[in-house]
Ligand binder design. Sequence first.
Ligand SMILES: [Zn+2]
Ligand SMILES: [Zn+2]
Ligand SMILES: [Zn+2]
Length: 178
Amino acid sequence: MRESVGATKKFPKWKFFVCAFGSDISCNKKLSGMCNHVGQHILLALHQKIDHKAQIAVEADPCGLCGLEGCYIQLSESKITSDCDYHYSRMNHKSAKKTSQSSPCANVPIHCPLCHQSTSGNLRTIWKYNTVYHIISEHTGNNEALSELPVQFTIDTFIRRQEEEWMGITADKTHEYR
Ligand SMILES: [Zn+2]
Ligand SMILES: [Zn+2]
Ligand SMILES: [Zn+2]
């Protein structure tokens, strides 16, 4: 069970949050490191690799912040809105997109160009690591749409090999998988 914090509540910077998958204390992270940490569980599941730290399986369409299904996420301009308990208002789309060895996860919210615009004018937001799932579950009946995938979208959803290595996915495995 995760604890409810809410994005607007103040909490001490040192506070550690419970990872939904974790079996031991090493899985608990500060809020700003949770997206990165949970992304590791998601990426391992994507590659069907054994996740020694996970007690429960990753669902098909996990939230990038807490790793569980069912959280609302919306990206508009570069502002991220979410009802996830692990969403933090300081989460900045631009800095989240940049990857480095210390923070390799680039599981960021992106817009799906194939989904119809909602009445608010916003495109449907999906998590980058859930792109394959989203395309398969929502757009495979439409081959035309698939062939029209914009180049930028393909680039946005491409998970860099370096990023995967940093996340503990070996190069060989990645190669094999592609
Ligand atoms: Zn964990
Ligand atoms: Zn969530
Ligand atoms: Zn879509």
